[in-house]
Write a protein that binds this ligand. Structure first.
Ligand code: AMP
Length: 360
């Protein structure tokens, strides 16, 4: 497939803030965008030349959408597989169906990572209460029970402590197919945000250190402050995952940093087949942003430099945090981003602010 040139149209499935910022990056490169999303007030609609507001199961609408674009990408991992297949049959879908299907199911994802010989938490598939008891016997407590699909920001998961009743935990997740994971006693949570092209060119941004509040990403700091060896190991793990998925576009690999025998190592938690919140710092903090890298990769263009411009801190503005926009506008060096969401519900990502300090 030949590269999509400026003037071509990038189709984006999903209309959240990630789709919005992908569309802005595409516009910068002279591309047109068309966003497909069923939700009426999608932040990405505001900045895309065209949008289609139809369901992900509306085959006729998906076909029309595919016919109107040159390449299709997505901004969230819960695009139904069937939707992805309909699109991929008509236009290049990047990342592809395999990458999507593998990463949208936590059991398929961990099985795939473990098969590559990359460390993960111990895990078992759980389809019922009896399975859960058996898995707890093998894995021990504390453990984390997670739904295989549709979990995000701590939703769809429960911690099973020594005193937790297994049946209560099972009922909390309402009988959804689950995965049980051993609890990882980590020092830090880190992520690798990286891009891979159709031809296999790979470029990672510097390792991100992430802190969460109420299960939602709160702050990303770069450099992560881990050993050079651990950072190289993390990037090598992300590169192997991208290669094995024949991945095209930006991906994020979330990892736990653990200490074993006095050395830092990484344990993979999950893969996001998309641009990622922990990569927002790259907009001002790197030579090329994750959104530009993604557009370049999915259009068949060469990647840009992932070089970092300084010490960077990105803070999410959750719910009413965004009410401080005036104050943040007045702070020299604070780069404010607001996603255009009308209602500041608790836990909702409304924007973020990035601060770039002199290079260490
Ligand atoms: P996830 O939805 O898998 O990203 O999990 C959300 C958060 O829960 C992670 O960022 C961790 O802070 C915590 N967590 C998830 N799985 C584990 C685990 N196996 N061990 C320890 N903490 C975990």
């Amino acid at each position: 497939v030949s590269p999509i040139g400026p003037g071509g149209t990038l189709g984006i499935v999903g209309g959240g803030q990630l789709g919005r910022i992908i569309a802005l990056a595409a516009a910068r490169y002279g591309l047109k965008t068309h966003v497909y999303c069923p939700d009426p007030d999608s932040p990405a609609f505001e900045v895309a030349g065209r949008h289609t507001r139809r369901g992900y199961d509306d085959e006729a609408a998906l076909v029309v959408f595919a016919d109107q674009v040159d390449v299709v990408t997505y901004e969230f991992e819960n695009v139904p597989r069937r939707t992805a297949e309909i699109l991929a049959a008509r236009k290049p879908l990047r990342p592809g169906v395999i990458a999507l299907a593998t990463t949208q199911d936590r059991f398929a994802e961990k099985s795939f990572v473990a098969k590559l010989g990359i460390p993960t938490a111990p895990f078992r598939a759980v389809g019922g209460e009896a399975d859960l008891l058996g898995a707890l016997e093998e894995i021990g407590r504390p453990a984390v029970l997670k739904t295989r699909r549709f979990g995000y920001d701590g939703k769809g998961q429960v911690m099973i402590r020594p005193e937790t009743s297994a049946s209560d935990a099972w009922r909390t997740l309402r009988g959804a197919p689950c995965i049980l994971e051993g609890f990882v006693d980590f020092e830090e949570e880190v992520s690798v945000v990286a891009a891979r092209t159709v031809g296999g060119e790979f470029a990672a941004f510097d390792l991100c250190a992430n802190t969460h509040s109420h299960h939602i990403l709160d702050t990303t700091r770069v450099p992560a402050g881990v050993s050079g060896e651990a950072e190289r190991e993390a990037v090598a793990v992300a590169a192997r995952i991208a290669e094995a998925l024949d991945y095209v576009g930006v991906l994020a690999v979330e990892m736990f940093l653990v200490r074993r025998g006095g050395e830092e190592h990484v344990v993979v938690n999950e893969i996001a087949p998309r641009v990622h919140n922990s990569g927002h710092w790259t907009i001002e903090g790197a030579a090329t942003s994750q959104f530009e890298q993604h557009v370049r990769a999915v259009c068949g263009w060469p990647l840009g430099s992932a070089e970092r411009r300084g010490r960077v801190e990105m803070k999410n503005l959750i719910g009413h945090d965004a009410d401080r926009w005036r104050e943040l506008l007045g702070e020299p060096g604070a780069h404010l981003h607001l996603y255009g969401k009308s209602e500041a519900r608790p836990g909702r990502k409304m924007g973020h602010v990035t601060r770039v300090f002199a290079k260490p």
